[in-house]
Design a protein around this ligand. Structure first.
Ligand code: CA
Length: 360
């Protein structure tokens, strides 16, 4: 076999993959029920729904004739043989799968709640059919937080799902708002992680990203999601819910790199009493990043950045992810296999950290 795999950018081939002494568990992998594509098409056609980020992203993925968007539509909707064949060709033993961004968080409350349950049933069925290959995260509707808490409980205890997926802001609002606390409380009580995944910046934030084409995965996603995580820390959500664990992709959306300055300037802000919501915390910003946050390598097969995260967060806090089907280059699997790490740490990165965090 010597061909560039469909949907990839680099020209490594599957036959270059080595046999390794660990399972490769990819922890930020997406799916989309066909019915959700129909709902999104309806939103694109609905003139009263005017979210500029959604419109640009799904205008592209749902309507573009480009090979990339066609493939993404096909790959996202599959929870069977096509997905398994791609995993095999890239050496992925197991995917932790979640509803793709922005999930149900662009739907009206009632529809969001019922569609989350529908998607969770579908994902759970696929996981039960392929228990050694698929695990799933529960979709919930944060804007219906009491029902989101119930659905998370059902997802974990009845459906066998392994955490919650939240696609960052919900109509421009962040999880530190008290209206969302029942969901945070439920995740903490269930001892299950929340995967805080990107979505496009909200209408309030997107303008200077959009006019330069930077709103998506290239940068806007990371800025928006990093901001969300940082808000959770500085507004004291982890003092309120100290056992809550949040998983963040893309190596922590740059916050590990910022750690020193976040600590310094947070302290400066607290001392100056400049902001009503910047109150003293029990720990430093970096303490919460080390104690309440896991980061995954989705989209980041890059040794200096992975090593920085392992160095400042601890090797037990960094997990492998691929980002299927948006980014699934076999060259990146090979690059991650080839990281200059001890055998023990590599097994933690690819396998055992994920098994522990998601209770696989
Ligand atoms: Ca992703």
């Amino acid at each position: 076999m010597n061909q560039i795999l469909p949907g990839t950018l680099h020209d490594a081939t599957a036959d270059q993959l080595k046999k390794v002494a660990y399972k490769r568990i990819a922890t930020e992998e997406a799916f989309c029920p066909p019915e959700m594509m129909d709902i999104y098409r309806g939103l694109l056609d609905d003139n009263s729904f005017t979210d500029p980020g959604f419109n640009t992203m799904f205008g592209f993925y749902l309507n573009s004739p480009s090979l990339r968007s066609q493939q993404i539509r096909d790959y996202l909707t599959d929870l069977g043989d096509l997905r398994l064949s791609h995993m095999d060709a890239r050496g992925i033993d197991m995917q932790v799968i979640a509803l793709t961004s922005p999930g149900v968080q662009v739907m009206p409350k009632e529809q969001a709640t019922s569609f989350a349950a529908y998607a969770n049933d579908m994902l759970s069925d696929a996981c039960k059919k392929h228990p050694t290959r698929f695990a799933g995260l529960a979709a919930v509707a944060p804007h219906d937080a009491n029902n989101a808490a119930k659905e998370l409980d059902r997802g974990i205890n009845k459906l066998g799902l392994k955490g919650a997926i939240i696609h960052s802001h919900t109509f421009g609002e962040y999880l530190d708002d008290p209206k969302f606390w029942p969901l945070l409380e439920a995740a903490e009580a269930l001892d299950t992680p929340i995967y805080l995944h990107p979505q496009v910046p909200s209408a309030k934030m997107i303008e200077p990203f959009l006019d330069a084409g930077l709103d998506g995965a290239i940068y806007g996603f990371g800025v928006e999601t990093g901001l969300h995580l940082l808000r959770l820390i500085t507004t004291g959500m982890f003092d309120r819910f100290p056992k809550l664990q949040v998983v963040v992709g893309h190596l922590g959306e740059a916050l590990p790199f910022w750690m020193y300055r976040l600590d310094y300037m947070h302290r400066a802000g607290v001392v100056a009493k400049r902001y009503e919501r910047m109150k003293p915390l029990k720990g430093k910003v970096s303490d919460y990043l080390r104690n309440n946050v896991y980061v995954t390598t989705s989209g980041f097969a890059w040794e200096p950045a992975i090593k920085l995260c392992q160095d400042v967060l601890g090797v037990e806090r960094v997990l492998y992810a691929m980002d299927y089907p948006y980014q699934h280059d076999v060259a990146e699997v090979i690059a991650t296999d080839d990281l200059d790490l001890s055998d023990d740490v590599k097994k933690m990165l690819f396998q055992t950290n994920a098994e522990k965090v998601f209770k696989l």
